[in-house]
Ligand binder design. Structure first.
Ligand code: ATP
Ligand code: MG
Length: 649
C-alpha cells in the first residue's frame, strides 16, 4: 500500500491547479516537458484519493499502447498495484466497448462479428488477402494495396462508401470508382468471415454510441475521461470522445500542445483541440515550465518554434540548468554522419545506459548507417516503431534474390521470393515444393525443377520454372552487388510491382530504402560479402531490449531520453522535400529536439546517396551555430566528388 500522496509538493502551482480542478471540462495546454502527462497521471490519483471517484469510472485515453502501459505503471507506483485504472488507446477501448455492447443492437457486420475468434480483427497479411479477393470479386483492375489504403483513409476521415463514390464520380476518378466497387466486395467478405478491421472499430463504436440506452450505460461507466496528446486526435476519434463526454458539462480533461501536432498528414484535427475551450466552455490551465530539458535545449526549441505562424500563444521556460550547448555537425556523407554519431554515442555511454540514448530520424532509410555502425562497435541497439533496415519488406525481398544468386540452397530466401512479384504461387505451391524437397532431401529450388514434383495446379509448374530459370541466370551473373541488384530489379520488374502494391507515399519511402540498399551494395561490391554483411544486420528475435533506441521522430512523441541525436537535419529530409506543410515539419523538428533531457546533437551530411544536400534551415532558425561545411558535388560516373568550401552562415 502506498502512503498519502503530497500533491502540492510533487507539482508546480499550475500543475496542481489542473490536477485538483474540481468540476467540468478542462483543457491543459503546455509545451513539451511541461508535465502534461504527469498532470494526467496525478489527476487520476487525485480523483481517486481526494474526490472519491471509483477507479472503474475513470478512463484515460492515450495515443499509443506503450503510453497506456507507461501510464498504468506510473499510476501503480502512485496508488499501489491493487488499483486498476482503464488506460488504453482509443482503438483498444473501442474493441472492448464493441465486445460488451454490440448485443441486441447489432446489425450488419456488427451482428455477424465474432469478437471471440482468434482473428476477430482483420489486419496485416490477412487484410491484404481480403482486399486481393475483393478486387478480384469486383473484377476491377486496381492494386489491392491501393484499395486498402484509399478505403482506410476514407474511413479515418469519416467518409462513407456512398460519399466516396459520389466524390469519385463527380471528379471522374475511375480508379477511385473501382476502389468503391472493391469496397462493396470487401464488406461482403467481412460479413462472410465475421471480421472487422481496425478502422471499423472506431466507426462502429461511433455508430453504436448513437443508441440511447448504450450511451447511458457507457456514460455511467466512464464518468471521468482524460485524453492525452489531444492535438493528434482525428475526427472519427473526436466523434467517439464527444459522444462519451458531450459538451458542455462532461468531466473531460484534454491535454495537448498544438506545437506538437505532427499527424496532420494522417487526418489529425488539431483545430478541435484549439476549439475545445469554446466548444465545451472549458477552463484552461497553461503549463509554462519545462521540467525535462536543460535550458539550452529549451531555448533552441523555443527559438525554432516561434518561426511558425500558426501557434497558440504560450511560453516555455526551463526549470533546469543551462547545461551543455547542443552539438551541430555537418559531415561530408551519410557514412561519416553515422560513424561520428556513434562515436558520440560511445562517449555518452561512459555515463549513460544504452537505453538512455536515442537516434531520431525523419525518414526511415536513415537508420541503416546507424544500425551498421552500432553493430560494428558492438553497441546494443533496438529499432523501435518499425522494422530494422534489413527486416523491411522490400529490402528483405531483394536480399532474398541476392542470397539465392550466391547460394541457391537457401530455402528461406526461396520461400520469400516465390510469389514476389506475384506469380500466383501461394501457400499451396510452397507446401508442394517443401513436401517434395523433404521427401527427396533436396533444396527447394532443385525440387522445383524435379519432374517428380506433383503440383496442385498445372500452371504452378510453369510459373515456378520461370523463377527457377531466373535464379539460374542470377547465379551465373558476373558483376558487382549493385549491378546484380539492378539486374534483379529489371528482370523481376520489382519496382513496377511494388508501385502497384503501395500507396504513393509508401512506395516513395520503400523506394528510398532501396536506394539506400544500393549505398550498402557499393560498400560491399562482392555479392557473397554483401549477403554476409546483411545477414548480421537482419533483426534477430533476441535483439537487445535495452539498447540504443533508433526510431522515427513521429514514434518518439511523448517520450524522453537523456541523450538524443537527431540525424538527417538536411534540407529535403527535415523539412522533407515532399511535405505539404513546412510548419508541420518545423513542429516535427521541435518534437525531436525536445525529447532530449541533457545532451542533444543535430547532424546532417552534404551527400546522401550521391545527391548533394545543404543543412536544414531549422538549424539556423533555431539560432544554432552551423559549422563550416563543403558543398558536395555528386560523383558522376566514377570520378571523385569535388567539393567547394562555404563559410557557415
Ligand atoms: P510532452 O509534450 O513531450 O508529452 P509532457 O508535457 O507530457 O511532455 P511530461 O512527460 O509529463 O511532460 O513531463 C516531462 C518530465 O518532467 C517528466 O520526466 C516528468 O516526470 C517531469 N516533471 C514534470 N513536472 C514536474 C515537476 N513538477 N517536478 C518534477 N518533475 C516534473
Ligand atoms: Mg506527454
Amino acid at each position: 500500500m502506498v502512503g498519502k500522496l503530497d500533491f502540492e509538493a510533487s507539482l508546480s502551482e499550475a500543475q496542481f491547479r489542473a490536477v485538483t480542478h474540481a468540476k467540468g471540462p478542462l483543457r491543459v495546454v503546455g509545451g513539451p516537458g511541461g508535465g502534461k502527462t504527469r498532470v494526467l497521471t496525478y489527476r487520476i490519483a487525485w480523483l481517486i484519493r481526494e474526490a472519491g471517484i471509483a477507479p472503474e469510472h475513470i478512463l484515460a485515453l492515450t495515443f499509443t499502447k506503450k503510453a497506456a502501459g507507461e501510464m498504468k505503471s506510473r499510476l501503480a507506483s502512485l496508488l499501489g498495484e491493487e488499483i486498476a485504472i482503464g488506460a488504453a488507446t482509443i482503438h483498444s477501448w473501442a474493441y472492448r466497448f464493441l465486445c460488451i455492447h454490440r448485443g441486441k443492437h447489432a446489425e450488419g457486420i456488427l451482428g455477424t462479428w465474432n469478437p471471440n475468434s482468434k482473428n476477430a480483427i482483420l489486419a496485416d497479411a490477412r487484410q491484404y488477402f481480403a482486399w486481393q479477393k475483393s478486387v478480384q470479386a469486383a473484377k476491377v483492375d486496381i492494386a489491392p494495396a491501393f484499395a486498402l489504403h484509399t478505403v482506410s483513409r476514407a474511413k479515418n476521415n469519416g467518409v462513407s462508401r456512398e460519399a466516396l463514390r459520389a466524390e469519385a464520380e463527380r471528379s471522374s476518378d475511375h480508379k477511385l470508382v473501382r476502389a468503391c466497387d472493391a469496397w462493396v466486395e470487401y464488406e461482403r467478405w467481412q460479413e462472410r468471415m465475421k471480421v472487422i478491421d481496425f478502422d471499423d472499430l472506431l466507426i462502429l463504436a461511433n455508430e453504436l454510441l448513437t443508441c440511447k440506452d448504450t450511451i447511458e450505460r457507457v456514460r455511467d461507466q466512464h464518468r471521468v475521461i482524460l485524453l492525452d496528446e489531444s492535438q493528434d486526435t482525428n475526427l472519427v476519434q473526436w466523434g467517439v470522445v464527444r459522444k462519451l463526454a458531450p459538451p458542455p458539462k462532461s468531466e473531460l480533461t484534454v491535454v495537448g500542445d498544438y506545437d506538437q501536432s505532427i499527424y496532420g498528414w494522417r487526418g489529425a484535427a488539431a483545430e478541435s483541440f484549439l476549439e475545445f475551450v469554446q466548444d465545451y466552455k472549458a477552463e484552461t490551465v497553461t503549463l509554462e515550465t519545462n521540467y525535462r530539458s536543460t535550458r539550452s535545449i529549451v531555448t533552441t526549441a523555443n527559438t525554432l518554434i516561434t518561426r511558425n505562424g500558426s501557434r497558440e500563444d504560450k511560453v516555455l521556460e526551463a526549470a533546469g540548468d543551462e547545461g551543455v550547448t547542443p552539438i551541430v555537425r555537418v559531415e561530408p556523407d551519410a557514412g561519416v554522419e553515422a560513424s561520428r554519431g556513434v562515436e558520440q554515442v560511445r562517449r555518452w555511454l561512459a555515463e549513460y545506459q544504452p537505453g538512455e540514448v536515442a537516434v531520431l530520424v525523419r525518414a526511415w532509410w536513415l537508420t541503416r548507417g546507424f544500425e551498421e555502425r552500432l553493430l560494428k562497435d558492438r553497441i546494443p541497439y533496438q529499432v523501435v516503431g518499425g522494422p530494422a533496415f534489413f527486416g523491411r519488406r522490400e529490402i528483405a525481398d531483394l536480399l532474398a534474390y541476392v542470397t539465392l544468386s550466391v547460394d541457391a540452397t537457401k530455402d528461406a530466401a526461396l520461400k520469400r521470393v516465390l510469389n514476389v512479384p506475384n506469380r500466383f504461387l501461394g501457400a499451396a505451391a510452397w507446401r508442394a515444393i517443401e513436401r517434395h524437397a523433404l521427401k527427396r532431401d533436396m533444396p527447394g529450388l532443385a525440387a522445383i525443377s524435379d519432374p517428380g514434383l506433383r503440383w496442385p495446379k498445372q500452371y504452378m509448374r510453369d510459373k515456378a520454372m520461370d523463377l527457377y530459370v531466373l535464379v539460374q541466370k542470377l547465379r551465373r551473373f558476373e558483376g558487382t552487388t549493385a549491378e546484380l541488384l539492378e539486374h534483379i530489379l529489371e528482370r523481376t520488374r520489382y519496382l513496377a510491382w511494388l508501385k502497384e502494391e503501395c500507396e504513393p507515399e509508401e512506395f516513395r519511402n520503400r523506394k528510398e530504402n532501396i536506394d539506400e540498399m544500393f549505398e550498402a551494395a557499393e560498400e560491399h561490391p562482392e555479392p557473397a560479402d554483401f549477403v554476409f554483411y546483411a545477414e548480421q544486420l537482419v533483426p534477430k528475435k533476441d535483439d537487445a531490449e535495452e539498447g540504443v533506441v533508433l526510431t522515427s521522430i513521429h514514434g518518439a512523441k511523448g517520450l524522453e531520453f537523456p541523450c538524443v541525436i537527431v540525424a538527417g537535419c538536411a534540407e529535403g529530409i527535415l523539412p522533407h522535400e515532399r511535405c505539404e506543410d513546412v510548419e508541420e515539419e518545423r513542429r516535427l523538428a521541435y518534437v525531436a529536439i525536445t525529447r532530449a533531457e541533457k545532451e542533444l546533437m543535430l547532424t546532417s551530411a552534404t551527400l546522401y546517396r550521391n545527391r548533394g544536400y545543404t543543412p536544414s534551415r531549422f538549424l539556423q532558425e533555431a539560432d544554432l551555430e552551423v559549422p563550416e561545411y563543403e558543398i558536395a558535388t555528386p560523383d558522376s560516373g566514377g570520378e571523385a566528388a569535388s567539393a567547394t568550401t562555404v563559410a557557415a552562415t
